[in-house]
Design a protein around this ligand. Structure first.
Ligand code: GUN
Ligand code: ZN
Length: 449
């Protein structure tokens, strides 16, 4: 912990319940002029400024964010840090896109210095976008994981990441074997899992690039330590789904391939799930597994429209987080993900409102990752990963936000027009690690007390 003691003043908004299960207005926790007291990286108290200010110790530093909107740090449930160098690659759908752009980019991570450089840029780009927690794919190279966690540890961010496992159907330099993948992952788990705020995620890329033996090894890895996560891709693209049917004819569905290896559990996160059937939604519900909705990627790669409102059907709700899926996705900004999520909802006959959007990017993501006891809310006991949004970040936002008549309208406009420019300050465990308006260096590692 950082030993920080500070207090933030300003309008504060977070979710206290699931707006896909209850009326949105009942789920928002809005304090027009709030005081948030932070001690040792955790929210110690939050309430109306007028009520809390008189009891505030005079030696605490008070930061005035009254022109901003204070929300929980965003959570990205699915992203690939090694793909920054090929974000926005032209012209291909998933399987050709992997061969043409993705695998060559990931091969350049054989160079540890390259991995360190990209990890440094990636963490800064996340913080600049207001994202304080992400579930991250590294590459097959163990040092790509070391580079990522080392930089995350310097920022003290709570990150979830793992070494990609691939033992077939990819270029030879990117392949491990079931045994080597197991051994390298086990060593990384021993080094990084639960070290400070870092959490390890067992990461078979997707069924086509792992043999049964490797998927079984991933299942064995999950039993190695408490609280490990699992991430992979699921039913993203029709050609991919067909390929899995050919590779695993004995399995009832794509999800069943993973279930058979013991990979479907409460800390499992499946990316995309665009072409999922009702039976698979039921399996995810029963297992408590999460799905990552990746709208900018699903649109960019022409993968399809995720049926969010079907996934969260209150009769058998599946936990859903929001993923940028960079470099398939086109932005690290969760505000931009929500902009596209709204359009995907519209195309599937639904309205994604502001409370639902903010939920997906914060508490909903935390729930999908089983971290909602510590992340995703502005409430006492929660880790102080906090973002200050700027409703006047651009001339158009400044003009438009003056016409907003409610907090919901303002948040919706930020979801639609906002991006990294609308992130004024990012706090990690109470430390201001990014400040858009700071002169000189805008990023700062927390200073440990
Ligand atoms: N499926 C397997 N690997 C990937 C990847 O890197 N990105 C996306 N979007 N889908 C995948
Ligand atoms: Zn992905």
């Amino acid at each position: 912990m950082t030993g920080t003691r500070l207090a933030l003043r300003g309008p504060a908004l977070s979710l206290k319940a699931d707006p896909f299960a209850a009326p949105s207005r009942d789920c928002l926790d809005h304090i027009e002029d709030a005081l948030i007291v932070i001690e040792d990286g955790v929210i110690a108290a939050i309430g109306p400024y007028a009520e809390l200010a008189p009891g505030l110790s005079p030696d605490i530093s008070l930061i005035d964010h009254r022109t901003g909107l204070i929300v929980p740090g965003f959570i990205d449930a699915h992203v690939h840090y090694p793909q920054l160098q090929m974000i926005g690659a032209f012209g291909e759908q998933l399987l050709e896109w992997l061969d043409t752009y993705t695998f060559p980019a990931e091969m350049s991570f054989a160079d540890a210095a390259h991995a360190e450089r990209v990890a440094g840029l990636f963490l800064r780009e996340l913080l600049r976008a207001g994202t304080t927690t992400a579930m991250v794919y590294c590459t097959v190279h163990p040092h790509s994981v070391d580079a990522f966690f080392a930089e995350s540890e310097r920022f003290n961010t709570r990150m979830i990441a793992g070494k990609v496992l691939m033992d077939r159907n990819a270029p030879a330099p990117l392949l491990d074997t079931a045994q080597r993948g197991f051994d390298e992952s086990a060593a990384l788990i021993a080094r990084w899992h639960r070290r400070g705020r870092q959490l390890y995620c067992v990461t078979p890329r997707f069924a086509p690039t792992s043999t049964d033996a490797q998927l079984d090894a991933a299942g064995a890895l999950l039993r190695e330590a408490n609280g490990l996560f699992l991430q992979t891709h699921l039913c993203e693209n029709p050609g991919e789904v067909e390929w899995v049917r050919e590779l695993f004819p004995e399995r009832a569905s794509y999800l069943d391939v993973y279930a058979h290896a013991g990979l479907v559990g409460p800390r499992s996160m499946f990316g995309h799930a665009v072409h999922l059937h009702e039976g698979d939604f039921c399996t995810c519900h029963q297992a408590g597994a999460g799905l990552a909705h990746c709208p900018t990627s699903n649109l960019f790669l022409g993968s399809g429209l995720f049926r969010l409102f079907e996934a969260v059907d209150p009769r058998r709700p599946v936990k859903v987080g929001l993923g940028t899926d960079v470099g398939g996705g086109t932005s690290l900004s969760q505000l931009q993900s929500l902009n596209e999520a709204y359009k995907v909802a519209a195309l599937t006959g639904h309205k994604l409102d502001a409370a639902q959007g903010l939920y997906l990017a914060t508490l909903g993501g935390a729930r999908a990752l089983c971290l909602d006891d510590r992340l995703g809310r502005l409430a006492p006991g929660y880790e102080a990963d906090i973002v200050v949004l700027d409703p006047k970040a651009t001339p158009l936002l400044a003009f438009r936000s003056d016409y907003c008549r409610s907090i919901e309208e303002l948040v919706f406009v930020l979801m639609t027009l906002g991006d990294d420019r609308a992130i004024r300050t990012t706090y990690v465990a109470g430390a201001p690690v990014y400040d858009r308006d700071r002169t000189g260096e805008r990023f700062r590692y927390p200073t440990h007390a």
